[in-house]
Design a protein around this ligand. Sequence first.
Ligand code: EAX
Length: 334
Amino acid sequence: MKKNIYLYLLIIVFAMTAMVGCGGTQQAAKPADKPIVLKLGHSTPPTHPYNLGAEQLAKLVDQKTNGKVKIQVFHSSQLGSERELIEGLQMGTVDMTVISTAPLSGFSSKFLVLDLPFIFTSTEHAYKVLDGPIGTEILSSLNEKGIIGLAFWENGFRNITNSKLPILHPADMKGMKIRTMENPIHMASFSQIGSDPTPMAFGELFTALQQKTVDSQENPLPIIWTSNFHEVQKYLSMTGHFYAAAPLLISKTAWDKLPADAQAALKEAATEAKKFERDQIQKMDKELVAKFKEKGVQVSEVDKKEWVEAMLPVYKQFESKIGTDIITKVQNVK
Ligand code: EAX
């Protein structure tokens, strides 16, 4: 009997030790030791600067957090179209994106000023506005929408391509079916010169051009090149009518989950990768005209003054919605 009690006690003690041991092992592999993984989705191909910049960001964040934060990059609209990516950030189903500013105007009207035709006179002008207090104010307008802006990266000055004829003057665009981004100012600017704008997600654009659902589109040279639009668009006109900034964004849900030191590391990496990404855009912009010509694209330089004047009425049309003061402020940054 006594022997049995000892045996029971022994079993109980043994079992408890084993349980404690188990708990101990579980603690040793506690979830905090697993890296936090952030999913970053964007719309351009793997060779585009968005993707090169995002990969650079992932590398920097990994280094700066000693592997505690990893960024997984999904290119080519794998996580959705640009509008879906913004909605995903709001719902917390997508962690990060780098994206054109144009679709953001549907979420915060502060972005509208950036969409105006010819508002930026040079790349330097754009950088100065975006990296200064105006840019900060525009980005932080997203906070109440559940999105945090980390830095303005770059898409670039947009140029028109088409499959029909060389476009030199705004009047040459009469009746042209052109795909635009989902943005009221972009659409109004093309209606203003007599063309027929159709908004469409970027992921559908190549097929739409190939099947001639639309005859024309407009994008910065690095996008046209990396998406092979020159295979289905014979004419390129160097209009540079809109400047597309490309903010790097993170969902507030993901941001709040990061420890303070990781937040600081991410902010720092976002700024370092901004320089890297913008440099890639600038380098490609310089090299690409020659490459398009080699591919048989007919490239036209245009008289910008004509285009500025032709699209100018759009300013009046949107002035009350944007605010004249902010338009003047942007124009006056030199
Ligand atoms: O953000 O939709 C477009 O034409 C954009 O330039 C592209 O999605 C990159």
